[in-house]
Design a protein around this ligand. Structure first.
Ligand SMILES: NC(=O)c1ccc[n+]([C@@H]2O[C@H](COP(=O)([O-])OP(=O)(O)OC[C@H]3O[C@@H](n4cnc5c(N)ncnc54)[C@H](OP(=O)(O)O)[C@@H]3O)[C@@H](O)[C@H]2O)c1
Length: 346
């Protein structure tokens, strides 16, 4: 029987006609969803104007709290929020780095700063009370949950050192949650006092490591994936109080953590990354399928969108490719460490 005859026998019977019509509808639905999603991605990334931070109290004497503020992406958040006219509370581990940064930001942008230094891996009550004491009388509207730690190099989960495992979970999860429990009530108070004429904003740093289950970075991957569910849940809870909550997803950015020094098409420097993150607040960019989530840098956005529209983030193929990539990064990292150790001996 030829293909034409087989097709005709299908179209001749009632069930065949219904099945074909159903398939057509599903096809049209999928193409429509894809087209709308792609158009929304392009609009978000390239057409819509940057988010105006006046709605979050910029140039109105309001404050932002930035964690992990002394380096990399966090330092850029601090600079760019100050440039928009928010006073900034700088939080991280090293007091002197924070003080130097505070002086630089104050003189450059003519705003006020406060610094709070603690080691977030310790999860001591005094960490959170120190932060609370500093911000309790400030009209805070913005919290950037940026502090985070990854594995020093990709490592099999069963060989992950206890300290590294504990630090990643404590910093990325426990400290982020507890800091939010300190700051969010103060944001809610500020918004209520202003009769919701300003809004609150809580941004937390996610990662492709959490978007895609990542073998050899399993603990980091799980911690960032946790932040996705937590942040989206919190977004629903805090919306009625006038607070926007958003997870910001990023692929690699040049920084001490990524150990990448040179920017490229897919790997921006912190300045360009943060510029896109702040410009795209409230929009999904590459995270079209996710509520209260944004993948703001354009190259990362297309990567996220492409993976979601093809193999999917939880697929076997994505997992295998990711595993192969991190296995090879581990081999290179171990070789480099051995080379450096040999050089030290000589
Ligand atoms: N870089 C990337 O490729 C990338 C990709 C995706 C997501 N992210 C996420 O983006 C965020 C920032 O990453 P980054 O690359 O900018 O990191 P980074 O350059 O290593 O900077 C980390 C910042 O966090 C602070 N910090 C580190 N450990 C701390 C601790 N135990 N207690 C208190 N503060 C601590 C550091 O303070 P000190 O200066 O005092 O050490 C520094 O200010 C992280 O959440 C990360 O997971 C990064």
């Amino acid at each position: 029987m030829s293909i034409y005859q087989s097709l005709q026998s299908v179209t001749d019977c009632k069930i065949g006609q219904i099945a074909l019509f159903g398939a057509l509808l599903v096809g049209v639905y999928k193409i429509t969803v894809f087209t709308l999603s792609l158009s929304s991605l392009v609009l978000d990334l390239f057409v819509l104007p940057a988010t105006d931070f006046k709605k979050y109290g910029a140039k109105k004497g309001k404050w932002a709290v930035v964690t992990g503020a002394s380096d990399g992406i966090g330092k850029e958040y601090a600079f760019q929020l100050a440039a928009k006219g928010l006073n900034v509370v700088l939080v991280s581990r090293t007091q002197d780095k924070l003080e130097i940064l505070a002086t630089e930001i104050e003189s450059k942008y003519k705003i006020e700063t406060r610094v709070v230094a603690f080691d977030a891996s310790t999860d001591e009550k005094s960490n959170y009370t120190a932060l609370e004491q500093v911000i309790t009388s400030l009209p805070v509207t913005v919290l950037i949950n940026n502090v985070g730690q990854s594995h020093s190099i990709p490592v099999p989960f069963l060989e992950t050192e206890e300290k590294e495992l504990n630090d990643i979970i404590t910093i990325n999860v426990t400290a982020t949650l507890k800091i939010t429990q300190v700051v969010a009530p103060i944001i809610a108070q500020t918004v209520a006092k202003e009769n919701k004429k300003v809004r609150g904003l809580i941004l937390s740093m996610g990662s492709f490591g959490g978007l895609l289950p990542t073998p050899y970075l399993a603990t980091y991957s799980g911690s960032k994936s946790f932040l996705q569910a937590w942040s989206s849940a919190l977004a629903g809870e805090l919306k009625p109080q006038g607070i926007d909550v958003e997870l910001v997803i990023s692929y690699l950015v040049t920084s001490a953590m990524s150990k990448i020094k040179h920017a490229s098409l897919a790997i921006p420097n912190p300045k360009n990354f943060v510029k896109s993150a702040l410009a795209g607040v409230g929009r999904r960019n590459g995270a079209q399928e996710r509520f209260a989530t944004s993948t703001p840098y354009w190259a990362h956005a297309f990567m996220h969108f492409g993976i979601d529209q093809t193999v999917g983030v939880y697929s076997k193929l994505a997992n295998k490719l990711n595993f192969d990539m991190h296995k090879s990064i581990r081999v290179r990292a171990l070789k480099k460490a051995a080379r450096l150790a040999a050089q030290k001996k000589d």
